[in-house]
Design a protein around this ligand. Sequence first.
Ligand code: RIB
Ligand code: CA
Length: 311
Amino acid sequence: MDLWLDTDPGFDDWMAWLLMESVPGWRLHGVSVVAGNAPLETTLGNALRIKSLHGLATPVYAGCDRPLAQPQVTAQDVLGIDGMASTGRRLDVPPAAVSAGHGVTALIDAVRANPGRITLLAVGPLTNVATAFLLAPDLPGLLKSLVIMGGSTVGGNATAAAEFNIHADPEAAAQVFGSGTTVRMFGLNICKQLRVGDAHVQRLRAAGSDEAGVMGDYLDGYVDIGRRQGRTAQSLYDPTPVIYLAHPGRFELRMGRVDIELSGRHTRGMTVCDLRGPALARANAMVAMEATRGPELVDWAMERLAARLAR
Ligand code: RIB
Ligand code: CA
């Protein structure tokens, strides 16, 4: 499987990325970084340190540093200044070199060089993807598929109505869902069915390497987001669509119409998901609704990461 990742690291982004690098037969052509969890300078720095920590060969490009049409918002109030929920731990490795060229241009070039073959996974605000579609109107038709972590059928996390990745750039999301390509949408509703907790932190640390220790500490910080809200486990956001790509038969996706609310005073950034029959005529998305035995899928992901990180 040929892939491209667009991301705003973000610890769950980190898990998703390393998982993509750890599935036999998968080829990650590039990583484009976008502003989101934190400003681009920070998300890019996180990505280049992740690349360095794991010795990854995949090129990392700097993408868009601001939303299309609104002031920038971040998740630093929840995730901390580094956007990584790191409870003070620093990713103390020198950053790898960023690859030359803009992330949007690199994405366009990679898809055009591999027509019909690349699955684009976007797990941050959709600014880079929307900009690529605006610059290259042929791009949506050249993708094998477009899969996102974003949106929700059950209310938001950034606001009562909006999930963060959509909330951070609603105009970009509207561009992408209006592009004519089918969006495979993994929203908060499906991510709530795959959760990580203390046992997964211990599993990762038990892999034994320094890398595993660092990642285990960050996973503990990520799980702490849930603990601080009275939960013993935290939704596994960005890795969920990666798990789907490895186990498509374990997920039920429903065809429907997804529109992005842009003008609602209380609902801006909401993914309005119409899954009723008549919507099929205007369908632009496959919305992930159910995972079969979600905990087993989380265990699969943790085992793959632990094997990658083993001493
Ligand atoms: O709402 C969850 C999403 O927002 C995830 O992609 C997380 O990394 C943040 O970007
Ligand atoms: Ca993300």
